[in-house]
Design a protein around this ligand. Structure first.
Ligand SMILES: [Zn+2]
Length: 267
């Protein structure tokens, strides 16, 4: 599942591919991902619209068009590719937008993603969009604001970090990475965290996410789409070696979500 660092790079890449180009043809290949309006309207209203910018908003991508916004939540397996020719759609392809000399494909193996076409700036119909916190990579998210927001959220630290109402943009994988770097066990209750650990967590969050963004920024859209996350320190590394201490990485699975951590580095 792409999280904020990937989405920011994907948005920048797509902006450079798409800005200024108009949509010649929109085809919904699978209606299951289209929400908020009938498929026919999705197709007809988007044709003739021009791409302005693509921005990452937490775990959403927003494509700003002339009169509308396309809002996309890629969820677990959504992928975007810009291909310089039209190809035959596969069962994974959900929606395609044909522009000048390339086609933007949104594909989704598990078909759990959601795509909307909304009036510019009106996100009231987009599920899980409103009521979210500031972006985890927002330079205006200061330690003071972070501390204040954290106090409103209880429960285990991994769940707090993944809660978009606390800060937006962090998912299952990078929550594990941030907690390793902060030295905090994922199951620790928020209320047990003293001030110095909250501070550590804040710095770990921006350090880990911006390091990942730097790594991803050197990769192509296709490379990002295949999600080769070879830079992960602890997530998906169960049974492997912790890069910080050389100990074994532990693994727990709950509700289909994997959590990895280091019993030596994290308390
Ligand atoms: Zn360790």
């Amino acid at each position: 599942m792409p999280e904020l660092p990937e989405l920011q790079i994907i948005a920048a890449r797509l902006t450079s591919h798409l800005a200024g180009f108009s949509i010649k043809k929109t085809v919904v290949h699978n209606h299951i991902v289209v929400h908020g309006l009938p498929v026919d309207d999705f197709e007809s209203k988007s044709i003739g619209e021009t791409f302005e910018t693509v921005v990452a908003d937490g775990k959403f991508l927003i494509f700003n068009l002339t009169n509308y916004d396309v809002v996309l939540n890629l969820m677990l397996t959504g992928r975007l590719r810009a291909i310089p020719r039209y190809k035959r759609p596969t069962s994974y392809d959900m929606v395609s937008f044909q522009i000048e000399d390339l086609t933007l494909w949104y594909s989704d193996a598990k078909k759990m993603g959601r795509i909307y076409l909304v009036n510019k700036g009106d996100y009231s119909q987009v599920a899980d969009f409103e009521g979210r916190g500031p972006s985890a990579l927002d330079p205006e998210l200061t330690l003071e604001i972070f501390k204040k927001r954290l106090k409103r959220h209880n429960g285990q630290m991994k769940n707090v970090l993944r809660n978009q109402r606390f800060v937006k943009g962090i998912g299952n994988a990078y929550a594990d990475e941030i907690l390793l770097y902060a030295g905090i066990l994922p199951f620790r209750k928020r209320s047990t965290l003293p001030d110095d650990e909250v501070e550590k967590l804040y710095h770990a969050m921006s350090k880990v996410l911006s390091r990942i963004r730097d790594i991803i920024s050197k990769r192509s859209l296709d490379e990002i789409a295949i999600e080769k996350r070879d830079f992960l320190m602890v997530h998906n590394r169960g049974g492997g070696i912790c890069p910080l201490c050389g100990g074994r990485v532990s693994e727990v699975t709950a509700n289909r979500f994997k959590t990895n951590y280091c019993q030596t580095c994290q308390k």
